[in-house]
Design a protein around this ligand. Structure first.
Ligand code: FE2
Length: 745
């Protein structure tokens, strides 16, 4: 799209104001002229290809534009007959440059940003009109017939609206009009308006009126017009626009929103206080003062103020913004009541809520996810009021508590059940599920969630509890007449909070959920599985039975090892895994002895390992272990460790069968890096160190012996293929069967 600005005229009605330069160089406020404002506006809306017709004062005009330093590409077209022709002839002179969609603007036109924005977003060809302004004596009016403009001129008063020469013209319509302009000029009809040519072809040139009501869009023909515009532009530019931010990572999506808000007036940014951010989201990485300074230094921000509550009330009443700007993501979910309040407050005095489409770009989601891993994990041991405040701020009214019986002894469980009295939150408990939960259990949970009209889910328990809770969240908004597993997962705003009571699965930070359907493991992978909030209370770990304590530690360690060699590994995933391995090795003894420090550290290690597999997914170890769990009820972590123990030495010897695209040498180096992470000199030594841990942990496999050899084929046939695909070396069915044989016989 190109812009065409008509600046050839003499501007004689402006008197002395245009004696030294063309009319478009008339100042309207500060150093801003009609033209500099037009060019900045076009540039701001990414229209960077501009044709300007010149005539009177051409040299002064060119010099002036040069001095403006605005990065638009300008083609000048001189109308050397400017004294004796009208702008129809200027357009004719520029005709060869106009083969495009065109924004046609008269050079003396001043309009507010939103007018240009609306014109640009129109799909049809449009001209600006105002249904509220009285019809001018001498200026343009547009005649409307069957919703279209049938004629434009100064002499039409019937069925007319006051009109301004700002057009958006689609190429097809424009070419009809331009052709007619050329016809006029070629027979010497050069002293009429270009609109006369339009009137002759309006049946074939489809221009719609775009009604701006009272918004500013006015030509400056006389000193009186200039006074009017100066007065109104001052009001337009000084409108207050309020935008609230809780973020501490300012990315291009936020900058885009600020840029859009800036077009509406002077931006006041409300920065949400640390306490409030921590209470509903995560503790901010940057404290309030730094976030304030960050926003103060963004171009175009007028002022930054503190917002002390999630509600906008105090700041709206204080600053009376003309506009509040927000993404459209708060029309549903926990932010809806806040939005409704904003709308009501604005309505009281005629303010307006402007909502732009929320930036759902995956790169922003990933950025926020990375930042939020750490920050949305809050320790609430002996500080249950943090949990209470969070729930209050999220306006939680009806909570589905997913937990097993084994947490009933704990004061936090009692605290949650008591929330009906203490916070007025309905709490519905769901415990009808088993370890390694079945699909049917999640279905029961969904029924309860919907029947009790819950608005949020809190999982209190280990990996299985979190799996069930994640699935209830995913399924709750699906069609209950069909199998949930066959349906597409959509985003939903149901807050999912978790309080992990074991250290190992890392499920509290991952996008994975596991269910068993007809005895077969189903892995569900979706960003919606990642809990909104993780509250930790390490005191839960004191009562984890020995068997599960050991098994979950092995699970975390297997997550580290498998993510390390996964074909999806990245420097980031390896860094998480290395740190987690180091913590696990340092805290193995303390954790297994149930030492409080060991417990806290193991919780941290399992979350780091969770972050690693969140990036890479698991590999053959996990692909193989699920059937062992399914057939023999062996704890997941132990089953995974038994598989990894067999896999690791095999891999060291079979790097030549590498399928990782980064090649065999990369894999060999990875195995060396993994050895270093285990504080060993060689991969063989590291793999033996892992076996040493297995011996120390000393959990015996108690399998029913009979018929095991018959199971081998079944096991090997049911290895999870999608996990196997992440493994860096090829594993044939025979090799896998052999691993199973070694484990089971
Ligand atoms: Fe696992």
């Amino acid at each position: 799209m190109k812009a065409l600005i008509l600046n050839s005229g003499l501007g004689t009605r402006m008197g002395v104001l245009t004696s030294q330069h063309p009319k478009c160089m008339t100042e309207i406020y500060g150093n801003e002229t009609i033209l500099s404002r037009q060019l900045r506006q076009l540039n701001d809306y990414d229209i960077n290809d501009v044709v300007i017709t010149t005539g009177y004062g051409e040299d002064v005009l060119k010099q002036y534009i040069d001095s403006l330093n605005i990065s638009v590409s300008i083609s000048f077209v001189n109308n050397d007959e400017f004294k004796s022709t009208n702008y129809i002839y200027s357009i004719y002179c520029a005709r060869d440059l106009l083969d495009d969609d065109i924004i046609l603007i008269h050079g003396d036109l001043v309009y507010e940003n939103s007018v240009l924005e609306d014109v640009l977003s129109s799909k049809e060809s449009v001209m600006i009109v105002s249904s509220t302004e009285s019809l001018p004596e001498k200026d343009f009016k547009a005649v409307i017939n069957e919703e279209r403009i049938s004629a434009i001129g100064v002499d039409f008063f019937e069925n007319s609206y006051s009109a301004q020469p700002l057009y958006k013209l689609n190429r097809a319509d424009w070419s009809v009009w331009l052709k007619e302009i050329c016809k006029y000029c070629e027979v010497g009809n050069v002293n009429v308006y270009a609109e006369n040519a339009f009137n002759d072809v309006s049946d074939n040139c489809c221009i719609f009126p775009f009604d701006i009501h009272e918004r500013l869009c006015k030509e400056i023909d006389t000193p009186d017009d200039l006074d009017y515009v100066k007065k109104h532009i001052d009001l337009v530019e000084n409108r207050i626009v309020y935008v609230s931010f809780s973020t501490d990572i300012v990315h291009s999506g936020h900058i885009k929103l600020i840029k859009k808000a800036r077009r509406l007036g002077k931006i006041i940014i409300g920065v949400i206080s640390d306490e409030v951010v921590a209470s509903y989201k995560r503790f901010p990485m940057l404290p309030y003062d730094e976030r304030k300074a960050l926003f103060e230094n963004i171009s175009g921000v007028y002022k930054v103020v503190k917002q002390e509550t999630l509600s906008y009330r105090d700041n709206i009443l204080k600053y009376k913004p003309d506009y509040v700007v927000h993404g459209d993501d708060w029309k549903e979910g926990f932010q809806k009541p806040i939005r409704d309040e904003v709308e009501n407050l604005l309505q009281d005095y005629g303010g307006k809520l402007i909502e732009y489409p929320y930036a759902r770009d995956i790169k922003y989601a990933l950025l926020e996810r990375r930042a939020s891993y750490e920050q949305r994990i809050i320790n609430i041991e002996n500080k249950y009021d943090i949990l209470d405040n969070w729930l209050k701020n999220y306006h939680i009214k009806s909570l589905l508590l997913v937990c097993g019986k084994n947490v009933e002894y704990h004061p936090l469980y009692k605290h949650i059940l008591n929330m009906r009295e203490s916070l007025g939150i309905m709490v519905t408990r769901f415990s009808d599920f088993e370890p390694n939960p079945k699909y049917e259990s999640a279905v029961k949970g969904v029924e309860l969630f919907n029947c009790k009209q819950c608005d949020s889910i809190l999982a209190l328990g280990g990996g299985s509890t979190m799996d069930v809770a994640k699935c209830i969240k995913l399924f709750a908004t699906m069609d209950n007449s069909m199998n949930y597993l066959s349906q597409r997962i959509e985003d939903n705003n149901i807050p999912l909070m978790v309080i992990p009571t074991t250290a190992g699965t890392g499920s509290e930070v991952t996008r994975y959920a596991v269910l068993y359907y007809n005895g077969i493991k189903q892995s569900i992978t979706h960003e919606e599985c990642i809990p909104s909030m993780v509250f930790i209370d390490p005191s839960f770990l004191r009562t984890v039975p020995d068997y599960y304590r050991k098994s979950t530690m092995l699970d975390a360690l297997c997550h580290c090892i498998e993510s390390f060699w996964s074909i999806n590994s990245t420097p980031e995933s390896k860094a998480y895994a290395k740190e987690a391995i180091s913590i696990i090795l340092d805290n193995e003894e303390a954790y297994l002895k149930n030492d409080p420090i060991g417990n806290v550290n193991m919780l941290r290690a399992s979350q780091l390992a969770g972050k690693a597999i969140n990036i890479t997914q698991t590999t053959a170890g996990h692909a193989m272990c699920y059937m062992i769990t399914s057939l023999y009820g062996v704890a997941h972590g132990l089953a995974a460790a038994l598989c990894v123990e067999r896999l690791w030495p095999y891999m060291i010897e079979h790097t030549s069968e590498c399928v990782d695209k980064r090649g065999e040498r990369y894999l060999t180096n990875t195995l060396r890096e993994l050895a270093t992470a285990f504080d060993c000199d060689t991969p063989v030594e590291a793999s033996s160190k892992f076996s040493g841990i297995m011996r120390r942990v000393n959990i015996k496999l108690e399998l029913k012996q009979s018929g095991i050899s018959n199971d081998i084929d079944k096991l090997a046939d049911n290895v999870k293929q999608e996990r196997l695909r992440n493994h860096p070396i090829r594993l044939s069915k025979e090799v896998i069967a052999d691993f199973y044989r070694q484990i089971l016989e």
